[in-house]
Design a protein around this ligand. Structure first.
Ligand SMILES: Nc1ncnc2c1ncn2[C@@H]1O[C@H](COP(=O)(O)OP(=O)(O)OP(=O)(O)O)[C@@H](O)[C@H]1O
Ligand SMILES: [Mg+2]
Length: 249
């Protein structure tokens, strides 16, 4: 079993769009896949038409496998399960803070799902806190969508610095360009500069596309309703690129 986190300190960069489409691509490729919506906004649960899970005031999410399993829902797609978010997830940091081994709780509970799933995808909220550190400890890969603009570049470098200063392995961080616009000169220049400076960037680029933006209307992964669009297929290319890297580990 492997764990991928779709993560960024920045909001609105395409973490959820990537989580939803990669989870679908994974199930379609024959992997038993679980998408965990860690964001109290519940966007990825919404895209799969799954209603909010039960509120969790005591942090059972991190301590009791049976309670966690009860929260998992099937989706309309074979091999793809969803663990929906709810507003109580906003208190994860407070819950974790009161636990021993507070930075490794997520890793512990997810490793108990080894037999059930081939791949777990974590759709993370935009923040850098105790929950994020749990994600850094649990994931085999931290997938970071980066919109090719100056501010995103700065935030990405802040993340690298945080990893370096706090003893996390930088090599699990794999960024990719998200919402890229080939007609935008600043985007083109930023992509060239960042690829130069950061060879860890994945080759697959996700373009800014109306079809992806319309996921909220369709409430399905873009790969389902716009599968003929070659740019939407980039999520599948991205998934294949990720799998190759994870297989080498
Ligand atoms: N490649 C894309 N092309 C066009 N629109 C996109 C693309 N990716 C995401 N969007 C749209 O941009 C908005 C933000 O995307 P998304 O919700 O995936 O970001 P996020 O990083 O998960 O945000 P948050 O930090 O709020 O969780 C959404 O309205 C989404 O539909
Ligand atoms: Mg999101």
């Amino acid at each position: 079993m492997k764990i991928i986190a779709s993560y960024s300190i920045k909001g609105g960069v395409g973490k959820t769009a990537a989580s939803v489409n990669l989870a679908y691509a994974s199930a379609k490729a024959g992997n038993e896949t679980l998408l965990i919506d860690l964001d109290p906004q519940g966007a990825s649960s919404f895209y799969f038409r799954i209603s909010a899970g039960k509120k969790d005031k005591r942090g059972y999410f991190f301590t009791q496998k049976n309670r966690l399993l009860k929260q998992i829902r099937g989706s309309n797609y074979k091999g793809l399960d969803i663990l929906p978010a709810n507003l109580s997830f906003r208190n994860f940091d407070i819950m974790l803070n009161s636990m021993s081994k507070s930075k490794k709780r997520l890793k512990q509970i997810l490793s108990s799902l080894e037999k059930e799933y081939d791949l777990i995808i974590l759709d993370c909220p935009p923040s850098i806190n105790l929950l994020s550190e749990n994600v850094f400890n649990a994931a085999d890969m931290i997938l970071v969508p980066v919109i090719p603009t100056t501010l995103s570049e700065r935030t990405y470098e802040q993340l690298l610095k945080f990893f370096q200063n706090n003893g996390y392995k930088k090599k699990i961080i794999r960024p990719f360009f998200s919402m890229a616009q080939s007609k935008n000169k600043l985007h083109r220049q930023t992509i060239a500069n960042m690829e130069n400076r950061h060879p860890e960037f994945l080759k697959s680029i996700i373009s800014f596309l109306i079809e992806i933006e319309r996921m909220g209307v369709h409430r399905k992964p873009a790969l389902v309703y716009a599968s003929k669009k070659s740019h939407v297929q980039s999520y599948r290319t991205l998934f294949n690129e990720i799998v190759k890297i994870l297989d080498k580990k």
